[in-house]
Design a protein around this ligand. Structure first.
Ligand SMILES: [Zn+2]
Length: 352
């Protein structure tokens, strides 16, 4: 009798299955007298995916092929099942056939999302939802999803997600979009509303951040301040930075003044390049937006005095640029040197 992968629940030496080969690799074991080749990989059917090891395996079979297997062995190791094919196992290729595979998705925290694992399960709180209609794809919901480790943008094609609710999303797709991690939800994803009391105050050490996710707090010292930090000019129409007094695309448009700073933050575990705009910088230098033009000549000096060498708690987003992580500061609050010294001492204790 042909079984399904979801039926496999106890060790069995006589398993028959129809499977799609998802991956196959071979490895050679060398001992003193002789060497032996074995094969391993993943197979799946409409109900799941399972790993296999084969001591005998037809060399012509490659990933994507559908096979029928008789007299396979099912063994359990550390709570996980694996199929074994040996000389007693019959394997027949089924040319021209296909099986729609049911994927099982790894449960990941948001800070661990990486396009290397393109389909995952994530759980978190949805915020900042906006809705738009598209003739081809129907309603698209976009916003943020956050958990106790980070925040990323999402786009949901046809599946409604509502503000301030918690969801578990199986089969979300992970991709990189303008230097950030983003997830996509579609009607192939399984979305369930859940109860949660997760803590969304995400305090990190720079060392712990490996992927470009947002909504992260770090505490550290500003150890360099870029000398071109200060006032920048933007086109009042397209908001692009302009170097001369005129936008090449909108020569008649006005000019808005903005503030830009780039610096390095060090928290004792590592350092990161950071950028900040006027919303983060102006409160720190006690200048308001209307005073930018009038106080232009002192802005860099004020920034140098108030930022360089001082400690802050920063909130912002990590982005990936040229294979390195940069930090975009949204908000910075002064903290005293003592507060951060205490942090660093605690950290040293943890490490020792
Ligand atoms: Zn412009």
């Amino acid at each position: 009798m042909i079984m399904k992968i979801s039926d496999l629940n106890s060790e069995n030496n006589n398993v028959s299955l129809k499977l799609k080969v998802l991956s196959v690799d071979k490895r050679e074991i060398k001992s003193e007298e002789k060497s032996k080749i074995y094969y391993y990989g993943l197979v799946g059917d409409e109900t799941g995916v399972i790993p296999f090891t084969a001591w005998e395996f037809p060399d012509v079979i490659k990933s994507g092929d559908v096979i029928e297997v008789k007299y396979a062995h099912l063994k359990e190791y550390r709570g996980k099942f694996r199929l074994y094919f040996d000389s007693r196992t019959e394997i027949m290729v089924k040319p021209g056939e296909n099986i729609e595979i049911k994927n099982t998705y790894k449960d990941l925290k948001i800070k661990d999302l990486n396009p290397v694992t393109p389909f995952v399960t994530v759980s978190g709180k949805v915020t900042n939802v906006t809705k738009r209609e598209n003739d081809k794809t129907g309603t698209i919901y976009s916003g943020y999803i956050e958990d106790d480790t980070g925040r990323v943008r999402f786009s949901s094609f046809g599946v409604p997600l509502e503000n301030n609710r918690f969801y578990r999303i199986e089969g979300a797709r992970v991709s990189m979009y303008s230097n950030r991690i983003e997830i996509t939800v579609s009607n192939k994803s399984v979305v369930k509303e859940i109860e949660s009391d997760m803590n969304l105050e995400r305090n990190y050490k720079i060392f712990d951040i490996k992927n470009p996710v947002g909504g992260i707090n770090i505490m550290g010292f500003i150890i360099t301040l870029g000398e071109k930090s200060g006032i920048i000019k933007r086109c009042s129409v397209c908001n692009k930075t302009i170097s001369l007094n005129v936008c090449p695309d909108h020569p008649d448009a006005g000019i808005n003044l903005d503030i830009f700073a780039y610096f390095t933050i060090d928290d004792g575990t590592g350092f990161v390049r950071a950028t900040a705009g006027k919303d983060a910088i102006l409160p720190l230098i006690n200048i308001n937006e209307n005073e930018i033009a009038r106080k232009a000549s002192i802005i860099y000096n004020e920034m140098y005095k108030k930022l360089y060498g001082h400690a802050f708690k920063f909130t912002g987003n990590f982005i990936k640029k040229d294979d390195e992580l940069d930090f975009q500061v949204i908000k910075a609050n002064s903290i005293t040197d003592d507060e951060i010294k205490i942090e660093m001492v605690e950290m040293e204790n943890e490490l020792s």
